[in-house]
Every structure is written in structure tokens, then in C-alpha cells.
Design a protein around this ligand. Structure first.
Ligand SMILES: C[S@@+](CC[C@H](N)C(=O)[O-])C[C@H]1O[C@@H](n2cnc3c(N)ncnc32)[C@H](O)[C@@H]1O
Length: 192
């Protein structure tokens, strides 16, 4: 049922949703592992969709840590609230992360941001707005993690995004290719 829902959301908003199916558990595991969540007390997930990465994030978090998921599509936010009542799901834009953190957790910044946003398909102004929001909401030394499909570094939007990550973070890295995802994908990480 959720696979059909995901596909329908993709047809309704292809640029926002950016994929016709949710990430595989292999990619979700690689993304959540790259976040190194052992020490984090406040974690934010961008674009959880149906929550496949959320499922891998939760067991990696400290018991007293809090997770906020920010999802722009109302139906996905509803699914998230039903599946993960322990997660604070906000129906809204990642562009306003600092505001959501203050409103729901009473803090200005978080330790880690795990993103499921389809960055390579976003135009430059939106990439900049979202990366400004990451910068505003992430503590110094905080970790930003996102995944991308194998072909994105060859596309103009994906090339630009990779360049911006290298410019904006003091340290960046990539995992090896996760071939068992469809399409194959890998994970970028950056330390502020
Ligand atoms: C490629 S899907 C990833 C879904 C899920 N994380 C996964 O890996 O299967 C991208 C998700 O980002 C959400 N999204 C897109 N732009 C957003 C924004 N500005 N703020 C919050 N969520 C956004 C979409 O609605 C969708 O759920």
C-alpha cells in the first residue's frame, strides 16, 4: 500500500518527491550509519517520506535523544505520525528548520541532519535556501548526511550540489556505491 502511495505522491510532485519508490533498506542503513548518531541529542530528518530511513535512525539514537522529521507532503507527514508516534513530525518545509526546532524542541540548533531531499533536481536558488537552513540549524561540529543516485554527479544540479557541499563544510566525504538500491546510490556527509 505504501509503495502505491509513494508512487502517487511522485506523480503529483515529481521534483519534490524526486523518486518513484522509497529507498531500499540497504541505502537507508548506509545513510543512517553515516550520521554517526551515538553522541547526538537532537537529530533532524528532512523529507522522511514513508519513513524507511527513520526506521534505521531510531535504533541508532541515544534513549534520551529527540528526532524531528520535517516533511513537506501532507500525506507523508500523516503516515509518519501514524507509524512513528515517538518522532516529532512537522508538516512543513526544511527551509524553516531553525523555526521548527525552536517551536517544537525549544532549541536553536541540532547535532545532526539526515536528509532524504532530492537535491540534484532542485534549482540553484532552492539548493542555496535549503543549505542556508542547514547552516543555520546545525551546531558547529554537527554532521549533515544525504544520499544521491549514481548519475547525479554527472547532472548539472548534482554537480553543483556536490560543489556547494565541499564549499560549505569543513570536512566532507562519500560512501562507496550501494548497488543493491534501485537506482544505485551513495551517501554524502559533511561536518560543519
Ligand atoms: C526522494 S524522497 C525520500 C523519501 C525517504 N526519505 C526515502 O528515502 O525513501 C524526498 C522526500 O523529501 C520531501 N521533500 C521535498 N522537499 C522538501 C522540503 N523542502 N522540506 C521537507 N520535505 C521535502 C518529499 O515530499 C519526499 O518525501
Amino acid at each position: 500500500m505504501q509503495a502505491i502511495k509513494f508512487f502517487k505522491e511522485f506523480l503529483a510532485a515529481p521534483v519534490h518527491v524526486g523518486a518513484f519508490a522509497a529507498s531500499s533498506s540497504y541505502l537507508a542503513e548506509a545513510t543512517a550509519s553515516a550520521a554517526e548518531l551515538e553522541e547526538a541529542s537532537v537529530v533532524v530528518e528532512f523529507g522522511p517520506g514513508t519513513g524507511v530511513i527513520t526506521r534505521k535512525i531510531l535504533p541508532k539514537m541515544r534513549q534520551d535523544a529527540r528526532l524531528m522529521a520535517i516533511e513537506i507532503r501532507e500525506d507523508f507527514a500523516k503516515i509518519m505520525r501514524e507509524k512513528y508516534p515517538e518522532v516529532t513530525t512537522v508538516h512543513g518545509g526544511a527551509e524553516e528548520t531553525a523555526k521548527h526546532l525552536q517551536e517544537h524542541f525549544g532549541v536553536d540548533q541540532c547535532d545532526c541532519i539526515v536528509s532524504g531531499l532530492p537535491w540534484a533536481g532542485f534549482e540553484e536558488a532552492l539548493q542555496d535556501r535549503l543549505l542556508d537552513a542547514v547552516d543555520e540549524a546545525l551546531k558547529p561540529g554537527g554532521r549533515f548526511v544525504t544520499y544521491t543516485y549514481f548519475q547525479s554527479p554527472l547532472l548539472p544540479g548534482g554537480k553543483r550540489f556536490r560543489h556547494k557541499l565541499r564549499e560549505r563544510f569543513s570536512e566532507t566525504g562519500e560512501t562507496s556505491m550501494i548497488w543493491l538500491n534501485l537506482p544505485p546510490a551513495f551517501v554524502y556527509w559533511g561536518v560543519k
